[in-house]
Design a protein around this ligand. Structure first.
Ligand code: ZN
Length: 287
């Protein structure tokens, strides 16, 4: 029987299957091979009266460490329009890391009531060509949340963003935490508030949502030459650069650079160059 691990606790794994949640123990072979089942893993379970066996872990499409969750397919990258102001450096680093991890980012700007229309237009311009969905919401009042609900469907979604951006409020709204008290959509046992614990997946809207507010920073180690692969607005043009493997930096005949200020925003390109140089410096120090 196939399913998804939604919770792990003290050696037991709780797997959501078509027959409901099954409590399972992992095969000893996993430990022997140093494989740790993760929440989010797609697995095969062998049901048995004396205890269900977690038999097989299917290949993962992504692996996050903090939170420790596999197969996350989508991230709501939550920033507030004000209080705190948008930290674009952090935002762009999130986007790069998510691309690297094969997770689709959705940009969610909270506290949109505090922003002018021109600021929202400018934000859209800043991310021109990326294909990223940009949503403006007010987590507190619930304005704009319908679209976020709809987009959960079919995904394992995580929330990320700096503290103060409203991740927790949003998570509560999306997970319907008041409903959860009544057990309507809850798949968890003994939910402890404000305690350090492993992430769980909660079922919302034919989808799974990581129940912890997620990370506020991400690992940014990579080869500098890899970085361009994580700026989707470059894809359309990079085949037309004069040099194969062009890094869109100082090379002559660079098509990507030609598009800066047109189909690629200068703000994003400047971050690209900055991160590229940072990574070159960092990797020099290592060797
Ligand atoms: Zn180029």
């Amino acid at each position: 029987m196939e399913g998804i691990i939604v919770k792990g606790i003290a050696g037991f794994y709780y797997v959501k299957t078509e027959n409901g949640i099954l409590e399972c123990k992992a095969r000893g072979i996993f430990r022997k091979n140093n494989v740790t089942p993760m929440v989010g893993d797609r697995v095969t379970v062998i049901p048995a009266a004396e205890g269900n066996i977690l038999d097989k872990i299917h290949e993962r499409s992504s692996e996050l460490v903090r939170p420790f969750v596999a197969n996350v397919s989508q991230a709501y990258v939550v920033f507030a329009m004000r209080n705190p102001d948008i930290n674009f450096d952090m935002l762009n680093k999130f986007l790069v890391s998510l691309e690297k991890n094969h997770i689709r980012p959705v940009l969610v700007f909270n506290k949109s009531d505090l922003a002018e229309d021109e600021e929202m237009t400018k934000l859209r311009d800043d991310f021109v060509g990326t294909g990223y969905e940009i949503l403006f919401i007010e987590a507190k009042s619930g304005a704009g949340l319908d679209e976020l609900f709809n987009q959960l469907k079919g995904n394992i979604t995580v929330l990320c963003g700096p503290s103060g951006a409203g991740k927790s409020t949003l998570l509560n709204k999306l997970s319907g935490s008041d409903k959860m008290e009544t057990g309507d959509i809850s798949v968890r046992l003994n939910r402890g508030k404000h305690t350090t614990r492993h992430s769980e997946l909660i079922e919302v809207n034919d989808a799974l949502l990581v129940d912890t507010p997620g990370f506020s920073s991400m690992d940014f180690t990579m080869d500098a030459h890899e970085l361009k692969d994580y700026f989707p607005e470059f894809y359309e043009f990079e085949g037309e650069c004069r040099f194969n493997g062009c890094n869109h930096n100082h090379e002559p005949g660079c098509r990507v650079k030609e598009e800066v200020g047109k189909n690629i925003s200068k703000a994003r390109y400047d971050y690209y160059v900055r991160y590229y140089n940072e990574l070159i410096e960092e990797n020099k120090r290592k060797w």
